[in-house]
Design a protein around this ligand. Sequence first.
Ligand code: FES
Length: 136
Amino acid sequence: MSDTRLPAVDAAEARPAEAAAAAPQRPAHAVTLQPSGWRYDCAEGHTVLVGALRAGIRLPSSCRNGTCRTCMCRMLEGKVAYSIERPGLSPDEKAEGWILPCVAVAQSDLLLEVPNARALQFRPRPPGMLTGARRS
Ligand code: FES
Protein backbone atom coordinates (compact mmCIF):
# COMPACT_ATOMS: atom_id res chain seq x y z
CA MET A 1 0.00 0.00 0.00
CA SER A 2 1.38 3.41 -0.92
CA ASP A 3 1.75 6.33 1.47
CA THR A 4 -0.74 9.08 0.52
CA ARG A 5 0.32 11.59 3.14
CA LEU A 6 1.58 14.97 1.94
CA PRO A 7 5.28 15.62 2.48
CA ALA A 8 6.22 17.69 5.51
CA VAL A 9 6.90 21.38 4.80
CA ASP A 10 9.66 23.19 6.62
CA ALA A 11 8.23 26.23 8.41
CA ALA A 12 11.01 28.38 6.95
CA GLU A 13 9.81 27.47 3.46
CA ALA A 14 6.19 28.34 4.18
CA ARG A 15 5.28 31.75 2.78
CA PRO A 16 2.50 33.56 4.61
CA ALA A 17 -0.11 35.32 2.49
CA GLU A 18 0.93 38.67 3.97
CA ALA A 19 4.48 38.22 2.67
CA ALA A 20 3.19 37.37 -0.79
CA ALA A 21 0.92 40.41 -0.74
CA ALA A 22 3.81 42.64 0.36
CA ALA A 23 6.08 41.41 -2.44
CA PRO A 24 7.13 44.31 -4.65
CA GLN A 25 4.88 44.80 -7.67
CA ARG A 26 6.58 45.22 -10.99
CA PRO A 27 5.84 48.60 -12.49
CA ALA A 28 3.27 48.97 -15.21
CA HIS A 29 4.04 50.80 -18.41
CA ALA A 30 1.80 53.61 -19.58
CA VAL A 31 0.33 53.14 -23.05
CA THR A 32 -1.09 56.21 -24.78
CA LEU A 33 -3.24 55.83 -27.89
CA GLN A 34 -3.47 58.35 -30.70
CA PRO A 35 -5.62 60.03 -31.91
CA SER A 36 -8.00 59.30 -28.99
CA GLY A 37 -5.52 60.33 -26.30
CA TRP A 38 -6.69 57.37 -24.14
CA ARG A 39 -4.09 56.15 -21.71
CA TYR A 40 -3.87 52.92 -19.73
CA ASP A 41 -1.34 51.08 -17.63
CA CYS A 42 -0.19 47.75 -19.02
CA ALA A 43 1.00 45.40 -16.28
CA GLU A 44 4.42 43.83 -16.67
CA GLY A 45 4.15 40.65 -18.72
CA HIS A 46 0.75 41.45 -20.23
CA THR A 47 0.52 42.04 -23.94
CA VAL A 48 -0.46 45.49 -25.12
CA LEU A 49 -3.79 44.04 -26.34
CA VAL A 50 -4.62 42.37 -23.02
CA GLY A 51 -3.67 45.54 -21.14
CA ALA A 52 -6.09 47.51 -23.31
CA LEU A 53 -8.91 45.01 -22.75
CA ARG A 54 -8.34 45.12 -18.99
CA ALA A 55 -8.64 48.91 -19.22
CA GLY A 56 -11.92 48.67 -21.16
CA ILE A 57 -10.46 49.49 -24.55
CA ARG A 58 -10.95 47.28 -27.59
CA LEU A 59 -8.12 47.34 -30.11
CA PRO A 60 -8.61 45.68 -33.51
CA SER A 61 -7.70 41.97 -33.23
CA SER A 62 -8.56 38.55 -34.56
CA CYS A 63 -6.12 35.64 -34.12
CA ARG A 64 -4.37 37.06 -31.05
CA ASN A 65 -1.30 34.95 -31.78
CA GLY A 66 0.72 37.22 -34.06
CA THR A 67 -0.19 35.76 -37.45
CA CYS A 68 -3.21 37.57 -38.98
CA ARG A 69 -1.88 41.15 -38.59
CA THR A 70 -5.35 42.56 -37.84
CA CYS A 71 -3.96 44.30 -34.77
CA MET A 72 -0.95 45.80 -36.55
CA CYS A 73 -0.39 49.40 -35.51
CA ARG A 74 2.34 52.01 -35.45
CA MET A 75 4.47 52.57 -32.37
CA LEU A 76 5.45 56.24 -32.34
CA GLU A 77 7.49 56.00 -29.12
CA GLY A 78 8.66 53.23 -26.85
CA LYS A 79 10.00 49.73 -26.95
CA VAL A 80 8.33 46.32 -27.03
CA ALA A 81 9.41 42.69 -26.85
CA TYR A 82 7.44 39.80 -28.30
CA SER A 83 5.91 36.84 -26.50
CA ILE A 84 6.51 34.65 -29.57
CA GLU A 85 9.70 33.97 -31.47
CA ARG A 86 8.54 35.13 -34.91
CA PRO A 87 5.79 37.76 -34.92
CA GLY A 88 4.32 38.29 -38.40
CA LEU A 89 6.27 41.44 -39.25
CA SER A 90 9.04 41.95 -41.77
CA PRO A 91 12.31 43.57 -40.66
CA ASP A 92 11.34 46.66 -42.68
CA GLU A 93 7.97 46.89 -40.93
CA LYS A 94 9.66 46.60 -37.54
CA ALA A 95 12.14 49.30 -38.54
CA GLU A 96 9.23 51.56 -39.55
CA GLY A 97 7.68 51.14 -36.09
CA TRP A 98 4.90 48.66 -36.83
CA ILE A 99 4.03 46.30 -33.98
CA LEU A 100 1.54 43.53 -33.26
CA PRO A 101 -0.14 44.44 -29.94
CA CYS A 102 -1.57 40.92 -29.48
CA VAL A 103 1.92 39.53 -28.89
CA ALA A 104 3.84 42.70 -27.99
CA VAL A 105 4.84 43.26 -24.37
CA ALA A 106 5.75 46.82 -23.38
CA GLN A 107 9.33 47.33 -22.27
CA SER A 108 8.79 51.06 -21.70
CA ASP A 109 5.98 53.58 -21.85
CA LEU A 110 4.41 53.49 -25.32
CA LEU A 111 2.78 55.95 -27.70
CA LEU A 112 0.73 54.04 -30.30
CA GLU A 113 -1.27 55.16 -33.31
CA VAL A 114 -4.51 53.15 -33.23
CA PRO A 115 -7.31 55.03 -35.02
CA ASN A 116 -9.77 52.13 -34.62
CA ALA A 117 -9.55 51.82 -30.81
CA ARG A 118 -13.00 51.66 -29.21
CA ALA A 119 -14.35 51.73 -25.69
CA LEU A 120 -15.72 48.33 -24.64
CA GLN A 121 -19.48 48.28 -24.21
CA PHE A 122 -20.65 46.29 -21.21
CA ARG A 123 -24.26 45.16 -21.30
CA PRO A 124 -26.04 44.16 -18.10
CA ARG A 125 -26.66 40.42 -17.93
CA PRO A 126 -30.36 39.43 -18.11
CA PRO A 127 -31.66 38.22 -14.74
CA GLY A 128 -31.64 34.44 -14.30
CA MET A 129 -29.04 33.82 -16.98
CA LEU A 130 -26.75 30.93 -16.05
CA THR A 131 -23.07 31.34 -16.72
CA GLY A 132 -21.63 28.28 -14.98
CA ALA A 133 -22.10 25.85 -12.14
CA ARG A 134 -24.45 26.89 -9.40
CA ARG A 135 -25.31 25.57 -6.01
CA SER A 136 -28.66 23.91 -5.55
S1 FES B 1 -4.63 39.74 -33.71
FE1 FES B 1 -3.75 38.57 -35.31
S2 FES B 1 -1.73 39.28 -35.41
FE2 FES B 1 -2.56 40.33 -33.72
